[in-house]
Design a protein around this ligand. Sequence first.
Ligand code: OAD
Length: 234
Amino acid sequence: MRPIRNIVILTGAGISAESGIDTFRGGGGLWERHRVEDVATPEAFARDPDLVLRFYDMRRAAIQTRAPNPAHDALARLDHQWSGDLLIVTQNVDDLHERAGARRVLHMHGQHLSAWCTACDTRSPWRETLIDRPPCPACGKRTLRPDVVWFGEMPYEMERIYGALRSADLFVSIGTSGAVYPAAGFVRDARQLGAATLELNLERSQGSAWFHETRLGPAGELVPEWVDEVLASQ
Ligand code: OAD
């Protein structure tokens, strides 16, 4: 294996589980109370915008009552202390990486705390509800939607992600089931491009066979341990 300078980290719902935010596919996961096609597709939004806006209003309010856990804190520490390239690609739409202090974060599935105007294409920081159709701060039209990527839509910043994967020496996946593409394919891409691959998860993900190493346990324990290790190797 080559020396580690450039790291790409993929995070999923499992890293926020210990902060009290439901995962998607675990017991009690979000989709069990709402069918995915009722709340997380463009078709659902066209069919029943009130249902979709209310659902995301609840999620947006809920994440603001949650706090980062030791796994987010550890990645923020790594971000501050790692002198090589580092990119935290998160599938999560919460802001717990940022609140822990991480800066090199890319939200490939969008963010709860952002609203997207479908009329003028402006994205605005957003903490309030959208159900009452507030005006877009940029153009004034009442055409805001949650700035999250729904099923059937293209994840954000894929070129930047693949650029980082191409130069990665180490790819680490944390708290994701490996069920949703394209994120689920990053491990195979990274490995074929020559990176070492490590999985930190409560249980084996669907793409587990692609990882050189898998460590099983809660992110709040595994991530701080791994960060200590990788910083010591610097
Ligand atoms: P999932 O709910 O599919 O997977 C969460 C993973 O985290 C599972 O493999 C769990 O075993 C693991 N896990 C749970 N608790 C954990 C803990 N305390 N420590 C470590 N791991 C733990 O969530 P994602 O893989 O993030 O997309 O889901 C991917 C995408 O599917 C989401 O971004 C979302 C969803 O549809 C969109 O909304 C576009």
